[in-house]
Design a protein. Sequence first.
Lengths: 330, 257
Amino acid sequence: MNNNTKLIKTAAYIVFIIFLFLIPIFTAQGYFMHVLIIIGINIILASSLRLITCTGQFSLAHVGIMAIGGYLSALLATKLNLPFWITFPIAGIAAALLGLIIGYPFVRVKKVYFAMLTLFTSEVIRNVIIEFKDLTGGATGLMHIPPPNPIVFLGLINIDFTSKVSYYYLVLITLLITLIFLYRIEVTRTGAMFRAIQQGDSIPESIGINTTNYKVLALVIGFFFAGIAGSLSAHYYTVLSPSSFTILQSVYILVYVIVGGRKSFSGAILGAFILTVIPEIFRTFKEYQPIIFVAILFLIIFFQPQGLYGLCAKAGSYISRIWKRRVAHA
Amino acid sequence: MLEITKLSKHFGGLMAVRDLDISVNRGDITGLIGPNGAGKTTVFNLITGFIKPSKGNIVFEKSTITGLSPHIVSKSGIVRTFQDESFLSDLTVMQNIIVAQYLHPKTGFLEALFNSTGYRRKETYALRRALEILEFLGLEYFKNELAQNLPHGYQRLLGIAIALSANPKLLLLDEPLAGMNASEVKQALELIRKIRASGTTILIIEHNMTAVMQLCEHIVVLNFGQKIAEGSPEEVSKNSEVIEAYLGVKKNVAQIK
């Protein structure tokens, strides 16, 4: 029974992933692909931020880290003519290194103080970008960032990334690797360690766990994927400007996580998906986006603290109950 | 096994612990008693590194552990329980124990990530040992229950179970019997004896005097951060200073009149 449901679940996931790969065959319309790419990048951001919140730390630096990844990758590509396939991992590694450096002093403070520190870090990064005009283009930003270099294989396969469809595949594959990586952490002992640390340092410390190291580890992994997402979005838009890395953006990512449901792995994915789709549907009301987000956030916090994932789980159990009753009657 | 010499801790002007000498012998159950506010839990915090001592020395198995971080102290084999909230309430009982086996066997982050055969072998081992510990403490019935939903007596046991899964050589129990009823106390006492029989030395803080007198070979009495008496249960219970500390000074009835 248990084995069977597991099999069905795995099969469902595989079918869904195949479906994701087949989407461009049904419709390769530019706008549709664009929305899917944005969703993918946002899911990477939200899931990696959720990992950091798993240790009880609310980081508001995610967009700042994303900016570092984006700018670094773009500068290496434009100034040094390095191919995307080198700058892309470098963006992630640089962001992770930053996490390692600021992690040890930062995790000494907790809760609100940690949130404040990361918030200011994000703002400092943005201001540094604005001030270093010669390198970063200042407030106007960077332009003409090359798209990823085409993959040529023996002259047979030639994939270039100027089209939205091929970029969609790039994002999709990166997203899948990210999610598999984060999911492994979630289900193994490291994830349990994170959840233990979230409830306070004293018990984990008393049984020999170095809580500082684990908190920094969460930060490093989270920052790595934020840097990766930054690089992905920089080479997608081909322009970068500091105005897209404001505090509000950091708060949005946190809202994705909370609205989706912080306690479950799928929560962040669901939150990022829905809160990216809703503003796209109501595109005409773009200036009201913060208000819409706040309204959704309030509704969730007051009526469904477990987030959208909790809502889905409730609905799921309700349906299965009714289904079982039907089967029993028949 | 554990030698504490001239240990002092002051918080500002308040002397919480003053020139304290305690020695714990291997295989004993040593009691640490005293009125409320005598500094017993502070002593635990000092030994396990949660507070850094102002002065003094703590030597465990011939190596100095004074002022080390808690996670390093517990690696050397001293594991404590807590008076309140001694477990991870959001995890199940089983997960609590598995997390607590963090060091034994030690698993790396990368091998966990890639699900290597070594990691899986260690996981099965951890699972088996967790079951053993739960059986040992009579908690296996609750293994898939969230820790916060357990009855109070079992929550205290879970606190001990977590400490035990870290393979302690010296176990520090901070009021393990608090809030238990008579039958639970009886069970818990049996259990503590069983833990000692399995080769773990125990240092225990407890207010339940009958239990302490039954359990301990050696008792240290604290009052206002200082040791006022030490010895076997009989010696301590006859000591006039101890009686004074617990019951107050006898007033001369004639004088009052």
